[in-house]
Design a protein around this ligand. Sequence first.
Ligand code: BTN
Length: 321
Amino acid sequence: MPLGDFIVNTLLESKGQTVSGEKLANRFKVTRTAVWKSVKSLQKEGYNITIEKRRGYRLNKLTKRPIEREIKRGLATERLGQKVHYFDTVDSTNNAAKELARTGALEGTVVVALTQTMGRGRHNRIWESPKGGVYMSVVLRPGLHPKDLTRLTLLSGLAVATALNSLYDIKVRLKWPNDLMLNSRKLGGILSEMEGEAQKVNFVIVGIGLNANTDIKVDIPTATVKKVIEKEVDLVLIIKEVLKYLERLYDEFLKNPTGFLKEYREISHTLRRDVEISLETEVIRGNAVDIDSDGALELRLPDGSYTKILSGDCRYLKSRV
Ligand code: BTN
């Protein structure tokens, strides 16, 4: 165990009591200077630790930053989040996760950042990423066919929605394919990207962006968890809960790739609405009647015929088609 982890754990166990530098040093078999240096860097990581001259150290508050030590504390997963790469700021957590995956990062490796300078949304849109949001990417190696990616993306949206709904007793719903909606406003989204060959996926990066304590500008009205529950939310807690549900649903998915769709349909925000889907070369309008076993959106067209769309940009229509 690294010295920093040991100090935080020991101070946490002593429940606000001061622990002497000597005790910490003896128990970890290092010098008191090493303890002091480690406490200084913990303070830089955002831990509120009081240094009392000649008495020792007292932990007043854990850091709010979603660093590896905090995400792993009491994390209810076996694989997802067992390795976390944290950045105060990064271009895009998806880019960093891709680099790690290319060089062999294990399934479940997570990249988290406090802010992103080049956060990306779907269709190459900018994803504004100020401090206070959740920006995380998870490396998965599902050994799937590339066409299964749509389902995996839907499943990731379901995991995030379920995590938030269980934490805050709210009703996050999913706009197909994977916008997270709260009170009909956009709360976040999923950007999944894969690398592999024509028949086989090497890895998938599931990128998750959430307006937790922040408000961002996108092309549709946005919601933030903070505004809805009327208090600042804990990013570490959200990330842990997302990883828990993502691992649960993902493990089920590997055994039964369509099982989760029932739950997905139940919290769909799109079904029964009149929608317009923009594809590369055409725009299709229709009524969203179902999500099929591939995760495709099934539309009833104005002429009464049906069509299925596996991926595209979805917009709700105000007037009937
Ligand atoms: C969308 O367009 O709705 C998807 C947004 C996904 C944003 C997240 S933030 C973490 C990860 N890194 C990125 O650059 N994008 C995703």
